[in-house]
Design a protein around this ligand. Sequence first.
Ligand SMILES: NC(=O)c1ccc[n+]([C@@H]2O[C@H](COP(=O)([O-])OP(=O)(O)OC[C@H]3O[C@@H](n4cnc5c(N)ncnc54)[C@H](O)[C@@H]3O)[C@@H](O)[C@H]2O)c1
Ligand SMILES: [Fe+2]
Length: 381
Amino acid sequence: MTSFSFNYGPRLRAAPGAAADIAGLLAADDLLFVTDGGVRGLGLCDSALAGLAAAGRRVTIFDAVEADPSAATVLACVEAGRAAGAGAVIGFGGGSPMDVAKVAAYLLGSGDALDSIYGVEQATGRGLPLVLVPTTAGTGSEATPISVITVGATEKKGVNSAALYADWAVLDPTLTYGLPPHVTAATGVDAMVHAIEAFTSVRLKNPISDALAKEALRLLAGNLRTAVNDGGDTAARGAMLLGAYLAGVAFANAPVGGVHALAYPLGGHFHVPHGLSNALMLPHVLGHNMAAALDLYAELAPIVDPRLTGLGRQGQAQGLVEALSAIAADCGLPSRLRAVGVEAGDLDLLAAEAMKQQRLIVNNPCPIEQHHARTLYAAAL
Ligand SMILES: NC(=O)c1ccc[n+]([C@@H]2O[C@H](COP(=O)([O-])OP(=O)(O)OC[C@H]3O[C@@H](n4cnc5c(N)ncnc54)[C@H](O)[C@@H]3O)[C@@H](O)[C@H]2O)c1
Ligand SMILES: [Fe+2]
């Protein structure tokens, strides 16, 4: 047996309508509820807030989280929680509000400074009790000890510490039924990339994250087209939410690599949604990794497209890349960087920025140096 450790993450409650019952998961009277204006404006928080009010909890809502949230937003959220005397935190929304809630809960409970916790296992104190409720089927943030914060104008930095794990993750698929097709598509590809990169991580790959990644990929690849084309298909929505969560548990233990490393500069500099930036770089980074990861890609291929069963390993691995590109195209995602405003003159900057993501590059099956990154961005242009 290989040696490994595994953390299953938060306890899980999954049910249609589960968001209405958060009160039973938290003992504190004063709660900080972290979301964004879009999620709140759609009324998605209503059942959760009604449930908390009915249980007699006092709730302070912080809904000023933006996509790719900034350090300033985290600090404003902490201030709101401190002013309210919050004893617990709820993160409700996509990856952006959940990531802010995770860091805010930690900073409120520990008293640490945000600047001191970027990196791996730098947060060693104890946060406030935390419940996370995803409304996208994508980041898996509800399952991970990772928070991604935009620092300065453009750089995405990670906080990755076990102290950020939530106490509970709540999966309520009804919250995702109205997710627009383009958000469903991009966030769904993000989740698939989590599963693939966890399965091929050269550091910390282990049999449990492998099993979870495969099941996640089966659910996600088998249901993404349906969820995009028929948002009201409740079975597909439930499968996507479960798949994104399972991929989150997998990559919380076997971390993501080169696709994410090259995706982050696109988010930081061009404000490309996180899932779309992953989709744009996915086929190129998989191609770069092919020699080292051929067997692993071949193993995943029939899960993504059963028609690849029985092919030789080379054909399967190549078929995986093509099947993933076909899913992204069928879901309406662009395939070229030019479509999101990147030009040839930007390639050097992107390649230099990608080199700042060493915490991710070290997990990739093949080394990625700056000239590789430039070649991969050029291929995606
Ligand atoms: N912590 C992690 O492990 C992890 C992993 C991957 C990505 N991330 C981070 O997560 C962020 C991306 O999160 P995301 O992709 O979930 O997007 P997001 O949270 O930024 O939300 C995108 C948009 O979708 C809207 N939205 C959310 N749920 C909706 C719903 N049910 N119906 C309609 N609209 C809805 C939001 O209002 C927002 O406008 C990035 O900052 C990324 O870096 C974190
Ligand atoms: Fe991601």
